[in-house]
Design a protein around this ligand. Structure first.
Ligand SMILES: *Cc1c(COP(=O)(O)O)cnc(C)c1O
Length: 386
């Protein structure tokens, strides 16, 4: 949506800051995902719940038929509550607690993505206590770098995630000796905000090599899960509001050699929800320093932490002004110097009371909100409810 499409008049009387979700764009994005993924046999798309677990958002995504990718017991609960069938829930994470594993077992989830042998032993024991067999996939660290921010690469040998791929056979053989786990897949996830299809291609090549190695030992898994990571265009949320799902799925279709009957699973988070969300904030003060002007707004990093955490860029628009642009640092009220949304950006001349939209904030925004400084958590509103 462009600046003119925000219901700015309706926003006037609303308590700021708040998240505003364009449900039409979300639905359009989901249609694009389904139509591109369904061109390829055996492709199953899960939504990475950690990107945004707002119940209304989850419900829309579930209605589109996606599965859920969870990284905690709380996310499993949120997914079940939103109506995701347990046969479409996968659960990953380096530190699964016993209660979280038990929750997954009680719900008969599709698969545990296991990140270590000690974890496998615990799952086997807890499943035995319930007289169940847990389906597991091993999360392997493919040692594939991604061209993205260093804090959000996950597939390098130095990262804490996954099992060293050189140990693949050893861990599978170990699992085969356990009565209450069944190895059904291999799992990977190389990072986030990836726009270079070459990175996904590198992962495909790695998976192909690993599958050959498995075959040499007469091992065949039912599914391959390549995680998520597809990025969005933070610079141009209006022009590129839907990510290039065609190139993404086509890359995997072309490069990853699936065996007959194998399914290929994806776990997309950011690409599903980032562009449909904006953080709407009100300008409190314009403060003229000796070298720059600050637009001080009522949202802070407690509402949207990505700029403070990763130096992430979010496009900002003044919804209330069409005046000649001026240059501002847009900052929040939190007592930390990192509470800055943008430095030296052009905004239409901004005054106290003006509403600003911080764009592409639907992923890793509302869900990461905190109450530091005893602040209130922001509310999320859907475009079809206000
Ligand atoms: C975070 C995460 C995802 C989703 O990543 P996006 O970059 O938001 O697509 C998928 N799988 C796992 C295991 C994750 O931890």
């Amino acid at each position: 949506m462009t600046k003119g499409q925000f219901p700015t008049a309706k926003f006037q009387d609303m308590q700021t800051p708040f998240y505003y979700y364009d449900t039409e764009l979300l639905r359009e994005t989901l249609r694009a995902i389904n139509s591109e993924a369904q061109k390829h046999d055996g492709f199953c798309v899960h939504y990475a719940v950690k990107a945004n677990a707002n119940p209304r958002i989850l419900r829309i995504i579930r209605e589109a038929g996606l599965g859920a990718d969870c990284v905690s017991g709380g996310e499993i609960e949120a997914s079940v509550k939103a109506g995701f069938p347990s046969t479409k829930i996968v659960y990953a994470g380096v530190g699964k607690s016993d209660w979280e594993i038990n929750l997954g077992l009680d719900n008969d989830i599709f698969c545990f993505n296991v990140e270590s042998i000690p974890e496998l032993e615990v799952i086997n024991g807890l499943a035995a206590a319930k007289g169940k067999v847990a389906r597991v996939a091993f999360r392997l660290n493919p040692n594939v770098g991604a061209h993205t921010h260093a804090n959000i690469t996950t597939g390098l040998a130095e990262n804490k995630f996954g099992i060293d791929m050189r140990d693949m056979l050893k861990v599978i053989e170990e699992a085969q000796g356990m009565a209450n786990v069944k190895v059904v897949g291999l799992h990977f996830h190389i990072g986030s905000q990836i726009l270079d299809m070459g990175d996904f291609e590198a992962l495909c090549n790695r998976v192909n090599d690993l599958q050959l190695e498995l075959e040499r030992h007469q091992i065949r898994v039912d599914h391959i899960n390549v995680g998520g990571g597809l990025g969005v265009d933070y610079q141009h949320p209006n022009r590129v509001s839907i990510p290039d799902f065609k190139s993404y799925f086509d890359t995997y279709a072309k490069k990853l050699k699936l065996r007959p009957g194998q399914t290929l699973h994806f776990e997309l988070g950011r690409a599903v929800v980032a562009q449909c969300g904006s953080l709407i904030t009100r300008t409190l003060y314009i403060k003229e320093g000796s070298v720059k002007k600050f637009a001080i707004v009522d949202a802070g990093f407690t509402d949207l932490i990505r700029p403070a955490l990763y130096q992430a860029y979010h496009k900002i628009e003044n919804l209330s002004s069409e005046e000649e642009p001026d240059t501002y640092d847009v900052v929040g009220p939190i007592c930390e110097s990192t509470d800055v949304f943008a430095k030296q950006i052009d905004l239409n001349c901004t005054h106290r009371g003006d509403l600003l939209a911080i764009r592409s904030a639907g992923a890793y925004g509302e869900i990461m909100a905190s109450q530091y400084n005893c602040r209130r958590l922001p509310t999320g509103y859907m475009s079809d409810e206000i």
